[in-house]
Design a protein around this ligand. Structure first.
Ligand SMILES: [Mn+2]
Length: 429
């Protein structure tokens, strides 16, 4: 269409993110371990390559990267070379790339002196820079942006970016926290309102790793999230946005997943399971389901066992849980190709006991459970318990606020479970 164009918006590549804890794995064949490790070490680079591939396949006019390209401000040489190599493929096709640095790859970091292909443009640290994107001599878009001169940027950078009156479709590339999202550092803080006042058409944001579209248009305000998850809290599919701009200036967004390794947690209850055979076959089925949910990708799985049942006692031994993990790794992880890697097993199980029946029994444990129940309703008893907690707060948890009502009830329930686990055997007639 006449005057229409497209670009890809990605952010937070975190190239060369380390994946700690996998080096110590000794319970599988060397080749299996190497396959898992190699794919993990490579996955942030694979996401970059997939983004570049998507640029070529979709014949976009340019690519914008909104900060945290590198995981470390002191970037590894390997990361810089692979980044340059990937962008070189876009240079061959005359696809410009516009890069803003964020808090992870701010300008104070150490780096190799490399020469970059002519299509790669870095926004200046601490000041607004802009480039015109031209097609056949006519400007089709103007791309504004600003890089982090240091890690801790607390200035509202969004207010500094403003469209020139004569500019065509205008894009702002910025690493920032809109609206003070608490899970991320409040760098370059701003409000949605600041972004609306800029008169831009599209805000290509970075910093928040969960993708979210804060506004669909006029201007579109978009966080693509990081294109490759790096731990279970970054577990959903990850990617970048393909943005199509028509002659009338409206942007249509399409999400492109580019991740190669996914993270997930599987929760299995041991209630009703009689033995290890039952547990293994239950876990086996669940992990097969996980594989089906992520076709063509590798998956790292954290397993959490919950519920009360006869298996609880044996699972208390670290060796028993480790053996189950090893068995699952042997079944699922492969020496080549996509893998499913059972990363860990956490046991949050309890012995099978009817707590209410025990509470009514005239035993030490029964009395203790009755007291705990009473503490929920009895103001005086509760404040005495809180007082004994405050000793802990002073010593170990100095920085933690005292628990709220809900948290206090949870603590009581957890204490009940612990008491049952510790005292039940002694109480058995
Ligand atoms: Mn980031």
């Amino acid at each position: 269409m006449n005057g229409s164009f497209s670009f890809i918006h990605a952010a937070d590549l975190h190239l060369d993110s380390p994946f700690r804890g996998f080096e110590q794995v000794t319970d599988v064949e060397e080749a299996v371990r190497e396959n898992v490790l190699a794919q993990l070490r490579n996955c942030t680079f694979m996401a970059l390559e997939n983004i570049v591939e998507a640029c070529i396949q979709n014949e976009v006019d340019f690519l914008v990267l909104a900060g945290d390209v590198f995981d470390l401000a002191d970037r590894s040489l390997r990361a810089q070379l692979r980044f340059r190599e990937a962008l070189g493929k876009l240079a061959e096709r005359d696809i410009p790339v516009f890069v803003a640095w964020g808090n992870h790859d701010h300008d104070e970091g150490l780096r190799a002196q490399l020469s970059w292909p002519g299509n790669v443009h870095f926004f200046p640290p601490g000041e607004v820079g802009y480039w015109a994107v031209e097609r056949r001599g006519a400007e089709i878009a103007r791309v504004y942006g600003i890089s982090y001169p240091r890690r801790d940027v607390f200035e509202n950078y969004a207010r500094r970016i403003c469209r020139h009156p004569e500019a065509p479709f205008s894009i702002g590339v910025l690493h920032c926290n809109v609206g003070g999202v608490p899970e991320h550092e409040n760098y370059a803080p701003c409000q949605l309102d600041d972004l609306l006042k800029s008169r831009l058409d599209y805000w290509a944001l970075g910093h928040i790793h969960t993708r979210r579209i804060l506004r669909e248009s006029h201007p579109a305000v978009v966080y693509p999230g990081n294109p490759q998850g790096r731990h279970p809290r970054e577990g959903t599919e990850k990617g970048c946005y393909l943005v199509r701009v028509t002659g009338s200036g409206l942007a249509a967004l399409r999400f492109l997943p580019v991740d190669t390794v996914r993270w997930t947690e599987v929760v299995v209850s041991i209630a009703g399971l009689a033995n290890e055979d039952d547990l293994l076959s239950g876990l086996n089925d669940r992990l097969k389901e996980v594989q089906k949910c992520h076709p063509g990708r590798s998956v790292v799985v954290r397993i959490r066992l919950v519920g009360r049942g006869p298996l609880h006692r044996r699972l208390q031994s670290e060796a028993a849980a480790a053996e189950i993990l090893t068995e699952l790794r042997t079944r699922f992880a492969q020496p080549r190709g996509n893998f499913l890697w059972p990363e860990s097993i956490r046991c949050q199980t309890g012995i099978s006991v009817d707590k209410e029946a025990v509470r009514q029994s005239r035993t030490l444990l029964g009395d203790l459970l009755l007291l705990s129940r009473e503490a929920l309703a009895n103001e005086e008893l509760r404040s005495r318990l809180r007082q004994s907690l405050s000793v802990l707060e002073e010593r170990a948890f100095k920085r933690l606020p005292p628990p709220g009502e809900e948290e206090f009830a949870e603590l009581l329930a957890a204490a009940e479970d612990l008491a049952v686990d510790l005292l039940w055997e002694e109480e058995e007639p």
